[in-house]
Write a protein of this length. Structure first.
Length: 414
């Protein structure tokens, strides 16, 4: 079976280890997959195996060496220097390399920033808006603010002209302040690339009370392994209707003033859907091309499904190519389409959503069928709201013109 041409693999060089204790970060619980005596740090042998197999299994012209956590910077700068050398050594003549890393930003120094700039890293920096909104859940291990340390990291990256995307989670606190969040990024940070990521934490009747305490403050048996199960949600989870209103408010500001100068991933992906493209796995009819590699070489079907039943194997035992192209992974990807409820299949905005991410499909449709996306009501509000301007921008692009012309049309009522 062939490997998907555009598959993407996130790698965790420090496993679930992190220097922060963000309350909604259920990834912290993934430490429970491995024994307490096992180091969460990726060793040199696993790094070499991973990089070699990554390039061997990548047929396209661009290969992404993508790092995530936990907090990947905990692995140390020498490790990343080694990864760059290995990637260049393994690169085929026709391939170009894109190095990416997602970080909470608190450990970034001038040395790190200079390294990122030298090797053209794309850095995803997690920040949830102005101080009060950010600190609602993104706290340090002592329960204190992380805001100043994040801003210091952001400033350091800006000083070295590093390419940075803002990664902003949308949760029960900041969802009520869409323009405060957006204008903070646009006006105070001068950010030009923004990702808006809804927080949905599932739970069961047995697990919800513990989950509501926050994943960051728990350890060991008091922090059970988070699983994508249950039809209840934590207090931090974004309410669906408010999520749609949040997106609408920011979109209205963006479409009037910022098209072509500020890039919001949700809006870019939506425009792709109106053009007949599927530019993110969550809006494609099927998924399965976005996998994750843990610190010890274990490969899972998706970074949201790092659970025993979704373990594909280990790159030290089975080539990455075989894991990605396995029948188990094919079934995982196709199940997104195969389990889509009738309510979704008949929805007028199906083309823009395709049920979104399977991890969020745990509520019932109005007629009682399971598998509806928890965020459906919000997405419906959003996609209906943006339909007319999206059609206009799509038409402009098909004519060989620029999408930002819509700002003038919007100002004149066109």
């Amino acid at each position: 079976m062939a490997v998907p041409l555009n598959y993407h693999l996130l790698s965790k060089p420090a496993g679930a280890a992190c220097n922060l204790s963000c309350k909604y970060c259920f990834f912290l619980s993934k430490e429970n997959l491995y024994g307490e005596r096992e180091s969460p740090l990726m060793d040199e042998a696993t790094l070499e195996t991973y990089i070699q197999q990554l390039f061997e299994s990548s047929a396209g012209p661009e290969v992404q060496v993508a790092w995530q956590g936990g907090e990947p910077i905990l692995r140390g700068l020498d490790f990343f220097r080694r990864s760059v050398v290995l990637a260049e050594r393994c690169r085929k003549p026709h391939q170009r390399i894109l190095h990416t890393i997602q970080t909470n930003g608190t450990l970034i120094t001038d040395e790190w920033a200079a390294f990122f700039k030298q090797h053209k890293y794309l850095v995803g920096l997690s920040i949830d808006g102005p101080r009060a909104l950010h600190d609602a859940y993104r706290i340090d291990r002592h329960g204190g603010s992380s805001f100043d340390d994040v801003i210091r990291g952001w400033t350091c990256l800006q000083r070295h002209a590093v390419d940075v995307n803002i990664l902003c989670t949308i949760h029960a606190v900041n969802v009520d302040h869409p323009l405060d969040v957006y204008r903070f990024f646009r006006d105070e940070l001068s950010a030009r690339y923004i990702q808006l990521i809804p927080i949905v934490e599932r739970g069961t009747a047995d697990s919800l009370a513990l989950a509501n305490q926050g994943w960051g403050g728990l350890k060991g048996k008091d922090r059970p392994l988070y699983r994508q199960e249950g039809n209840l949600v934590t207090d931090r989870t974004v309410p669906p209707a408010k999520f749609g209103q949040f997106l609408n408010a920011i979109f209205d500001e963006w479409v009037r003033h910022d098209v072509g100068t500020v890039y919001v991933t949700t809006f870019d992906v939506a425009l792709g859907s109106w053009l007949g493209q599927h530019n993110a796995c969550i809006v494609a009819p099927t998924c399965g091309s976005a996998l994750v590699l843990e610190h010890n070489g274990d490969v899972y079907s998706c970074d949201h499904f790092v659970e025993p039943e979704h373990l594909l194997g280990n790159v030290r035992d089975t080539p990455l190519r075989a894991l990605i192209a396995s029948e188990k992974q094919r079934r995982f990807g196709n199940s997104k389409h195969d389990t889509l409820p009738k309510y979704c299949r008949e929805c007028p905005v199906l083309f823009a959503c395709y049920g979104e991410c399977p991890r969020n499909r745990f509520v019932q449709t109005p007629d009682g069928e399971g598998g509806l996306n928890y965020l459906c009501a919000g997405y419906k509000v959003f996609f209906s709201h943006i339909d007319k301007p999206m059609k206009t921008m799509a038409a402009l692009l098909r004519q060989g013109r620029y999408a930002d012309e819509i700002m003038a049309l919007t100002a004149t009522g066109g």
